[in-house]
Design a protein around this ligand. Sequence first.
Ligand code: SF4
Length: 532
Amino acid sequence: MTEHTKTDGLPGIDAPELPQVLERARPRNERMNASKVECNACPVLCQISEGRAGACDRYANQAGVLVRVDPVVFLRRTLDAGEAPLVSFAGRAEAGQAPQPWSGDLLLADEVFVTGVGSSTTYPDYKPAPFIVGSQVQGVDMVTVVTEGIFSYCSFKVKIDTDRFLGSEQANVRYKGEVVGHVTTAEYGSQMLSLGGVHHLTGGTKKEGRITAEMMQLLGNKQAVELTIDGGSQLAIQAGRAPIVNGVAEQRMRVGCGSAAIGIFARQFYGHADEVVVVDDHITGVLTEHQAGRCLDMRPSGVQMRGRKSTPGRYFQVANPGTGWGGTDIADPLAIIEGWDPAVAWPGLRLLMTSTTGEHACWYVLDDDLVPVKAQMPLEIQRIVDRIGENCEPSLASVLFLGGAGGSLRAGVTENPVLLTRSIKHALVNVTCGGAPAYVWPGGGITVMADVLRMPDNSFGTVPTPAIVAPIEFSMRRADYDALGGHTDQVRSLREVLERGAWHNDGAPQARSWQALPAANPWPLGRPPLLG
Ligand code: SF4
């Protein structure tokens, strides 16, 4: 029988008797086999046979008990550097295995942070978060509300450090043939993709949603995915690794645009070259015409460039975008030179043409007919080209998770969700994703962004609705948690958490060994102004 509790109710309104929240609803199907359990951690409501896992592979029926099969991941603060290497109850309980008792070692650690990874969720939304952990930090009572959010509104922003043409802005990006995102606005030295998102997860066909969720889970979990861009390139990307474009691993991220490269290295070129052209799909730079060359009082060379002149020594659109020199489609750099002004140029003029990364470079000398003739590059020039390469950074793919905290997440923290939103905006609450720092977007709602490389391995899961499962934690002073109408009766000490597990779990977290993570994140409970 359902128990009832009396609450204070809203001011001026008689307090009704409210039902106590059951750990799980009664099965919808009364004729469900008694050996099955119904999982209600998401709207799919799997009925799971003993020894089997549900559709998402995250929950299982273990001897008639519903268990979350992945271990909860904990962070422990190192005493010396204030870093937070990851430690976890590593490993994964196979359905049917008995949970192992927790050794208690964690209690010896000075500070422990419970992450949302493996913590389970709050569906159907009004339940308190699975872990609401009370702790003391520097004498201040703190609370961390921990959950695995189910995100329909979420995407990955991918930054690919390359000049090469990947595809036109707005071009579709495909995974296994399905459209899963698009090319978005390029940034300095990088091409950008926007992948996943609500329209691909739920706005298209079932297959599109399933494939999108699969791609997002892989990408979030730091795995490689192969993508094709309509009218563009084939890509293999993985967070923190060099992107592979059309089968070739990118090496260098350019030092700057062609104009910037001219400016940076102009003084080094002075006296060694009469003209330098830095080929770039964005801005191709021409030294003697550029302000840098003029300030060095360099003699004009008379070179006449193709493309559209922007300002002196800076040219747009010298060629089409491509995977050749400087992100253009050219293989022969002389193709961007229209000619030479015979009244200005002179036989013997020394010309360097280089790309923005120094990966491509050629040295020419004008003959008597003012035709550039390829020649052996002098050592001094080669050194500068090498320095351009040296100033390039390794080309990487960076993957940021971007998600909006919806009803279940906020109701898991408080009965009055807008107070949580306001508290975050007033910097009273620190939001983390698996312990990684999360940037909270300005404006309404709780839209957060986090670098997947700073999150624990395998932080992301999926449910077949389809949606993405990702960890999120809200840390604040206990007094602020009380003030925002938090579920204060559900606050548990770390010791209780370790002994009992989540409030609607049936046992303690499964004990496993520690696991270290290389990323050095700021300690989630130490960020000002939480501790003043
Ligand atoms: S898909 Fe997963 S979370 Fe959803 S009901 Fe099934 S087992 Fe539970």
